[in-house]
Design a protein around this ligand. Structure first.
Ligand SMILES: NC(=O)c1ccc[n+]([C@@H]2O[C@H](COP(=O)([O-])OP(=O)(O)OC[C@H]3O[C@@H](n4cnc5c(N)ncnc54)[C@H](OP(=O)(O)O)[C@@H]3O)[C@@H](O)[C@H]2O)c1
Length: 296
């Protein structure tokens, strides 16, 4: 099944499967089973993070699955508490140690630290060193707004390969999508089926029950999640849906059997509420979000 998922090429020539398997909020004791299942049904790209506390279990799942290491694109993120040149170099050792790998395919900064951009730049410079040393195959960022990208690009030399940001039908961030495209940065959608609109009790309604999404799902004999994932793929994004439910893990990978029209894609675009589900990127500080990432 994996060979039917489109491949995207990053700005440094490295390829990755457009659809990955996300493990945010997957408890460590469920991560091995769920990730083995994802690999069994054909996912070949996994997105974790030091801050998720389950890198060790992702590595264990990879080994248990029997899928060769070089067939799986492993992506993880450095948490803000490990920003700074030396600290970020060490963050690679922690993540690689927990994952049980020598090389990480894509290592990204989890957030910008707008009030300590000096540390953010140092962290990124460490990623540049890791890239030059061949310890990571690509580097990037997450939750960077256009002004953060401008600041980073002015002070560093490698253009990020990826900017992983909140993108789903209710929060599309067109300004971020445009800035990424302008710089040749691949947009990777987190909460791609709108998870954050329904698993957080913030009064959001669910993208899974949106009338337009339901109408398109019925028209194509697909599920609401499949329609949203198809929308990402047809617009050239990478997407990393999360599920611990075997039927949904398989459903979310089975998205190549139908095509949305330009009008249908535009109808999904038009659902944007402009309302962010995740934290405001400018509100991320070490004081409010800092926490220690354990050693490997
Ligand atoms: N960079 C960042 O700051 C950041 C932030 C958030 C997320 N992420 C990444 O993005 C990944 C995905 O985001 P997310 O987990 O927030 O949201 P999501 O993938 O949009 O949604 C996940 C939620 O949807 C449910 N679900 C999954 N497939 C479904 C289906 N086919 N039908 C109905 N419900 C379904 C899951 O439930 P079950 O698991 O119970 O099946 C879970 O509650 C994360 O795992 C993580 O890797 C990154």
């Amino acid at each position: 099944m994996a060979d039917t998922i489109p491949t995207l090429t990053l700005n440094n020539g490295v390829e990755l499967p457009a659809l990955g398997y996300g493990v945010f909020q997957t408890p460590p004791d469920e991560t091995v089973t769920a990730t083995v299942e994802a690999l069994r049904v054909g996912y070949r790209h996994i997105d974790t993070a030091a801050a998720y506390g389950n890198e060790r279990e992702v590595g264990e799942a990879l080994r248990r699955s029997g899928v060769p290491r070089d067939e799986v694109f492993l992506e993880t993120k450095v948490w803000i508490s490990d920003y700074g040149y030396d600290a970020t170099l060490h963050a690679f050792d922690k993540s690689a140690g927990k994952l049980g790998v020598d090389t990480i395919d894509l290592l990204i900064l989890h957030q910008a630290l707008p009030s300590r951009f000096d540390l953010t730049v140092e962290a990124y410079q460490a990623l540049e060193t890791l890239l030059a040393d061949g310890k990571v195959r690509a580097i990037g960022v997450s939750n960077f707004m256009p002004e953060h990208l401008d600041r980073l690009l002015a002070e560093t030399s490698v253009v990020p390969a990826v900017n992983q940001v909140e993108v789903h039908p209710y929060f599309r961030q067109p300004d971020v999508l445009a800035a990424n495209a302008k710089h040749g940065i691949l947009t990777q959608a987190w909460s791609p089926i709108g998870g954050i609109t329904f698993y957080r009790d913030t009064g959001h309604t669910s993208t899974l029950q949106d009338p337009t999404i339901l109408r398109l799902a019925e028209a194509h004999g697909a599920t609401p999640a499949q329609v949203m994932l198809r929308w990402h793929l047809q617009q050239g994004r990478s997407a990393i849906p999360k599920s611990v439910t075997p039927s949904r893990i398989a459903e979310n990978l089975d998205v190549t059997g139908f095509e949305l029209s330009a009008e249908e894609l535009a109808a999904i675009d038009a659902l944007d509420t402009g309302r962010r589900g995740g934290p405001e990127p400018d509100a991320i500080t070490l004081e409010t979000f800092g926490r220690e990432i354990p050693e490997a």
